[in-house]
Ligand binder design. Sequence first.
Ligand code: URA
Length: 212
Amino acid sequence: MRTTRVEPESHVPSPPTPANQPGDWDSLCGQVASCQRCGLHAGRTQTVFGVGARDAHWMIVGEAPGAEEDRRGEPFVGRAGKQLDEMLRAIGLSRETVFIANVLKCHPPGNRDPKPEEVAQCRPYLERQIGLIRPRLILAVGRVAAQNLLGTDAPLGRLRGRVHSFGERSTPLIVTYHPAYLLRAPAEKRKAWDDLKFACATLQSTQAATER
Ligand code: URA
């Protein structure tokens, strides 16, 4: 039986930057849109800020925009996006009711893994998004998102099935497979479904605890 105890994580603080100074949503959008903090800006069509409800209870965090996302300016709009939509639909959610963002706001060439310096430069934007949205639960999809959010190099298999804690507000964070991986390994969808049910139960139990 899984428990929903929130476990503390080591959390690497970001250096102060314009993006983690107090500021509102529009100024954050502007900062991201004009960002040149790493080399990825040179090859992008546009930045991919994120999409969804600004007061969402669920925040979904992926890795980085792919080529299609770079063209359209919206996260998870390619094949992996359709898979993510299906996962959300299975638990009664939609792109409009959650907020979807990525660790990186720019497309890495050839879909390579984000470099540590790119993640470090982009992290204040994600932290600020989380700070403004104040989600009740963060769902990290895939190894790259999970490892970067949690500041660990533990494999995804060890990060699933536990409630982690993110940031100063100790937001519960749950890890599941990346939708693109599920397209390649459909047999793992059952485990992803377990993760989603676990996330729903966690949200319910943390809500019940705060109402007590
Ligand atoms: N994969 C991601 O991690 N993010 C996207 O936005 C698209 C594909």
